[in-house]
Ligand binder design. Structure first.
Ligand code: GLV
Ligand code: MN
Ligand code: MN
Length: 419
């Protein structure tokens, strides 16, 4: 069977979405790009096929909705709050095909399966427009807009080509001064329930297809800038050099050392050097820093150590060290009611008598933003070798089939609890 709502349909739609890419040889789909628009168009049609009424919001998120009685419905009936299912449609560069997209497609399949079921709440599906934050440095832009947390300071953050977020909005056909319209009212929401690949090795090691999330790690991102002096690679003795790259290299290894001594994580994922010529001593190095912690306090303490190391290395090497924070999101605890619903969905789908496994998520998710306006819950799927943010990302169709059952059962369990 390949019809909408089946496992085969879900796998095929994840394959389909790979065609909306900025690169012919790899998957890359960033916020407010032509590919973002094309993916929204594809997803809109699938949502409509699943019996949802659709809308693109003021931040480029794509939404579908049905009323409690199953009728495709927009605008919403006042006083009929919705359970929101979904994930994100943007990707990192050279991405896998499941991080985000699988959660959106699964949500559509669940909505289709429940199209004739009367629920005690409306059901919505969302494809968030920016979770990764790889274009503008700030992550969760789509869900920050939907949760009413848009900060006007972000408008001037620019992509690698110098295009600001404000300009990108205008080019995409969105009005910056209307972004507040995307904000959801907490009174209109029952909760946000997302399915996502684990992006780590725990479920595979435990031999389990599914788990529920307990907490999502808090994150911060920075741009670190080391400025020295660009000079001739032959004519400048070592004693006269203020090499920005050598200082940055010391900082990168120090960051890893510091993080390894904690239970937080730190990653330098990008390093740009200027002027970037073989025979010129680097005058400037710009590094990205991604921090995650089980607790926000642990993550922040690590940042203080890293900032101190940056200042020390700069002083020792005659360069300057500056930093700009581009993203901050709090650690988010999943709501007991949604955890219970997901756990009971897993138990039902896997016909297991043992307790479903709860995991914390070091990876970031849209729930970190949606947690500001509603309860959050997550269902994790095993992925091969824990690989993600890589084209080898893989999930077994059999696990997707079990997830489909568990996700549907979780919505019904919540309906029973609430109804
Ligand atoms: C998104 O996948 C993140 O965790 O950065
Ligand atoms: Mn993701
Ligand atoms: Mn990701």
């Amino acid at each position: 069977m390949t019809g909408i709502g089946t496992t085969e349909w879900v796998m095929a739609r994840c394959d389909d979405l790979t065609r909306h890419s900025a690169r012919p040889d790899a998957l890359e789909r960033v916020y407010l790009s032509p590919e973002h628009s094309a993916a929204n168009t594809a997803v809109r049609a699938w949502m409509q096929d699943a019996g949802l009424d659709t809308e693109t919001d003021a931040a480029g998120n794509i939404w579908g909705r049905r009323a409690a009685d199953g009728t495709p419905q927009r605008p919403a009936t006042p006083g009929e709050p919705a359970l929101v299912l979904g994930s994100h449609l943007d990707t990192v560069p050279d991405a896998g095909r499941y991080d985000g997209m699988l959660g959106v497609v699964l949500a559509i399949a669940v909505a289709h399966r429940l199209r004739d079921t009367v629920l005690p709440f409306a059901l919505e599906v969302v494809g968030f427009s920016d979770e990764e934050g790889t274009r503008f440095g700030k992550a969760l832009l789509g869900s920050c807009a939907a949760s009413g947390q848009w900060d006007p300071a972000w408008w001037d953050q620019a992509d690698a080509a110098g295009v600001t977020l404000r300009e990108a909005f205008l080019r995409f056909g969105l009005a910056p001064d209307r972004v507040g319209d995307a904000a959801r009212n907490p009174a209109d929401l029952v909760g946000y329930l997302e399915a996502h690949i684990e992006q780590g090795p725990v479920l595979e090691a435990e031999g389990l297809p599914l788990g529920y999330v307990t907490t999502i790690a808090g994150a911060r991102r920075f741009v670190l800038t080391v400025t020295g002096e660009a000079r001739h690679a032959g004519g400048t003795p070592f004693a006269r050099r203020r090499d920005a790259l050598v200082a940055a290299a010391h900082l990168v290894t120090r960051i890893e050392e510091l993080a390894r001594a904690t239970d937080s994580l730190a990653t330098v994922g990008d390093l740009r050097v200027e002027p970037g010529a073989v025979n010129v001593i680097p005058g400037r190095a710009e590094l990205t820093l991604d921090l995650r912690g089980r607790t926000d306090a642990g993550r922040d303490a690590l940042w203080e150590q890293i900032a101190a190391a940056g200042r020390e290395i700069a002083a020792a090497r005659g360069v300057t060290f500056e930093h700009t924070e581009t993203h901050r999101a709090p650690s988010t605890t999943c709501a007991p009611q949604l955890i219970d619903a997901v756990a009971s969905g897993i138990a039902e789908a896997t016909a297991t008598t043992s307790e479903p496994l709860g995991l914390w998520s070091p990876a970031g998710h849209d729930g970190m933003a949606m947690g500001a306006v509603t309860d959050v819950g997550m269902l994790f799927l095993r992925c091969r070798d824990g690989i993600s943010h890589h084209p080898d990302e893989h999930v077994d169709a059999a696990d997707v089939g079990v997830a489909l059952e568990a996700y549907t059962a979780a919505v019904l369990a919540l309906a029973k609890e609430i109804g």
